[in-house]
Design a protein around this ligand. Structure first.
Ligand code: BGC
Length: 732
């Protein structure tokens, strides 16, 4: 292959395919989104992520994380693998393991937890099972992609300890324990450098330290400088754009700034990846072509049941007794919100509404029980933009309060991709949180409310009293995002500061009762007996925390989750649960992993304690977070890496462009400013111009004309427009 052909191989052929090389017998590999089901779609046909082939829509990660059940994640991974085999995908673009740094993040529904251990372990279970069907996994978005606001140009400024202990750990666990076929480099920068150009992340840590030997691809249109990304270790540019890579790379090779060897290395990695996971590849021997969508629908329902969290259940009002009359209503009663939006949007194989499975007996004031099905509407949260607050729609809060005033037995069932403020909680008897429960969510809700299934989920994210309590509340969403809360994310922060939360991490009630006894800690093995002392069959997620020494001279969280397992027991049945400790259960990052000395305690589910000894004392740690300024650019400083709305501050042309783009997008959504509109607006008007060029949204001539106009180069700008005009004329 010539160097040019090799370079071509390191760019996508189209939105979902790699370039085939017939002379080398190298087929084209096909990728499909996404983490909670398949989205087989031709990107160019529909920019609004709609109209993919029907596939099972499993509950999203916000729900499945609450199961704390690696077996369940494995079952889902296997099922998605079977569907990928049947539909012809070779690699599935998931799971996403970014940490829930702040509950406003519009994409939190697609991520597992505020805790890296949970996220890493669940992702590993999913990937192992997916890859067991011969389909490659792609862990994303590496790294620190924790906000949607200006996600294509934002900068996450993080100190090294926080990076290692919080933001990289989930990736590290999943990569070491499941060897995903690929890693997707995120849109944002980390400490000033774009992730796909970040050698420290992509080579020094990922490959050299963790031993990753798969492929690194960019998120879609994430690459700014292709030469730098090749050097850093980003092998595949997606979705592929000749203009960007070829022009830049050819120039850099010519000037000696980019070695040919670097291009060969990337091309070889693409080849190795395709030979392993592509059609006819090494993994195709494991492929299964049978796919039972009916049983996957049943699995989706089981997952929804086992992922729901019973937040409150006063007077054991739930489960509802068959003799009780029920008034059922609310926005989600007839239109269930069962998944998020954006690149993970799935076209479900079937969908039942709650009103089809739970009949309402009429007036809330006359029935024994009133059940309100509420939550966040589609336009409140999505990939591409962040939430503006943590509130439910005001009309829903009003409905809850008015109902509770006329019926003392009011139950709220919540559907949302993350935390919502619940100032009304004392007025209602019970709250069941379903997360986003997937296509079989309605049946699951019915089974849970009537006791055919027993809730067994626990929150994998702390629910604050109000948004102001969140550690990153005052700085979140800035283009330069300074992670000044450091390692104190989620429960690590609330517990350290003794702040009251509405519901803590790990909270979750059941219709039965579990008791723990006989905790033992011998060397690196922890065991505990768990008994179902209630009257119903049920599941219990057993969590193990390592509690830091009380006299720790090192600043660290009070306790951290270092083990979890899920058991299912009949009434009166008991079992022994075992956990393994390892050096990382105690370690912190101080330029390397070290174990500060002292007496550690082991806590199981917050109920029992035991002593554990380890190591010597180390010196305290100081944080160094790099500082970045948000200063507006002046004419002369703009490049294709800037966003149209930034250009619009100095250019009338760019301002008009933003307005016209907004109008065009609105015509595509029938005039509605819905989540599809918001996401595309964020990509085009708030995203860097080079990304819109790479995705085929606008021509490079138009992008350069916009940049030149903002730089005050009016004649150059006009020339680009002329070029564009001539090119169009020739075409027509
Ligand atoms: C998302 C990725 C997704 C890709 C392809 C990007 O915008 O961030 O998660 O896999 O699009 O759809």
């Amino acid at each position: 292959m010539t160097l040019r052909e090799k370079l071509r191989l390191t760019e996508g052929l189209s939105a979902w395919k790699t370039v085939p090389v017939p002379e080398e017998d190298l087929p084209s590999l096909f990728m499909s989104d996404g983490p909670h089901g398949l989205r087989m779609q031709d990107f160019t046909e529909n920019i609004f992520h709609q109209g993919s082939k029907p596939a099972t829509c499993f509950p999203t990660a916000v729900s499945t994380s609450q199961s704390f059940d690696t077996n369940l994640l494995a079952e889902i991974g296997k099922a998605i693998g079977e569907e990928a085999n049947e539909q012809g995908a070779d690699v599935v673009l998931g799971p996403g393991v970014n940490i829930k740094r702040n509950p406003l993040c519009g994409r939190n529904f697609e991520y597992f937890s505020e805790d890296p251990y949970v996220a890493g372990k669940l992702a590993a279970a999913f990937i192992n099972a997916l890859q067991g069907t011969g389909i490659g996994g792609c862990i994303k978005h590496f790294a620190c992609n924790n906000q949607e606001e200006r996600r294509m140009s934002s900068n996450s400024a993080v100190d090294e300890r926080t990076l290692r202990e919080i933001y990289l750990t989930a990736f590290e666990i999943a990569i070491k324990e499941s060897s995903p076929s690929s890693v997707m480099a995120a849109y944002n920068r980390v400490n000033g450098t774009y992730c796909p150009e970040n050698k420290m992340l992509l080579t020094d840590i990922l490959r050299d330290e963790w031993g990753f030997d798969g492929l690194v691809m960019s998120d879609w249109t994430a690459i700014d400088n292709r030469s730098e990304s090749l050097k850093a270790g980003c092998d595949l540019l997606m979705p592929g754009c000749h203009y960007y890579a070829e022009k830049q790379v050819a120039k850099d090779v010519k000037e000696g700034k980019l070695k040919k060897e670097v291009i060969r290395r990337a091309a070889n990695r693409v080849k190795a990846w395709v030979r392993k996971f592509g059609p006819g590849g090494e993994m195709s021997g494991q492929r299964t072509d049978s796919c039972n969508y009916e049983s996957h629908n049943t699995l989706a329902g089981k997952a929804a049941e086992q992922s729901a969290v019973l937040l409150k259940n006063d007077d054991n009002i739930l489960p509802i007794k068959p003799s009780e009359t029920v008034a059922a209503f609310g926005r989600m009663y007839t239109k269930l919100r069962y998944q998020g939006a954006g690149s993970s949007l799935i076209n479900p194989t079937k969908l039942t509404q709650i009103c089809e499975v739970i009949k309402s007996d009429g007036n809330p004031s006359e029935c024994d029980i009133a059940v309100i099905f509420t939550g966040l509407p589609d336009e409140y949260e999505s990939e591409g933009f962040d939430r503006t607050d943590l509130k439910l729609p005001p009309e829903d809060v009003k409905l809850i309060e008015e109902t509770a005033a006329v019926n003392p037995n009011t139950i709220v069932v919540l559907f949302a991709g993350g935390v919502v403020e619940t100032p009304w909680i004392d007025k209602v008897k019970a709250v069941l949180y379903m997360g986003l429960p997937g296509q079989a969510g309605a049946e699951a809700v019915k089974n849970l409310l009537y006791g055919y299934a027993n809730p067994c989920g626990r929150l994998a994210e702390s629910w604050c009293m109000e948004y102001a309590d969140v550690p990153s509340a005052d700085t979140y969403g800035a283009k330069n995002a300074t992670y000044k809360e450091g390692i104190y994310v989620g429960y690590r922060y609330y517990e350290k500061n003794a702040l009251t939360v509405r519901f803590p991490f790990g909270h979750g009630l059941s219709y039965t009762k579990f008791e723990y006894s006989d905790l033992t800690v011998k060397e690196d093995i922890v065991t505990v007996r768990v008994k179902n002392t209630g009257s119903r069959y049920g599941g219990e997620a057993v969590l193990m925390y390592v509690v830091a020494p009380e006299d720790s001279v090192v600043d660290r969280p009070l306790r951290e989750l270092k083990g979890f397992t899920k058991v299912f027991l009949e009434p009166n049945a008991e079992t022994t649960v075992k956990f393994n400790l390892n050096p990382r259960s105690f370690a912190i990052w101080q330029g390397k992993w070290v174990i500060p000395g002292g007496v550690y305690k082991i806590q199981i589910g917050g109920k029992a304690e035991e002593l554990y000894k380890q190591g010597d004392v180390f010196a305290p740690i100081t944080y160094t977070i790099p500082v970045y300024e948000d200063s507006p650019k002046k004419p002369g400083e703009f490049t294709l890496n800037d966003t149209p709305d930034e250009l619009a501050a100095v250019s009338l042309f760019a301002k008009t462009f933003c307005k016209v783009t907004e109008k065009i997008l609105l015509t595509k959504t029938g005039g509605e400013r819905n989540n599809h509109f918001e996401m595309m607006y964020a990509c085009s008007v708030l995203g860097p111009l080079r990304a819109t060029v790479q995705s085929g949204g606008i021509s490079v001539e138009l992008a350069e004309a916009l940049v030149d106009s903002a730089n005050g180069k009016i004649i150059d700008s006009a020339e680009h427009l002329m070029d564009l005009f001539v090119a169009r004329l020739k075409k027509s």
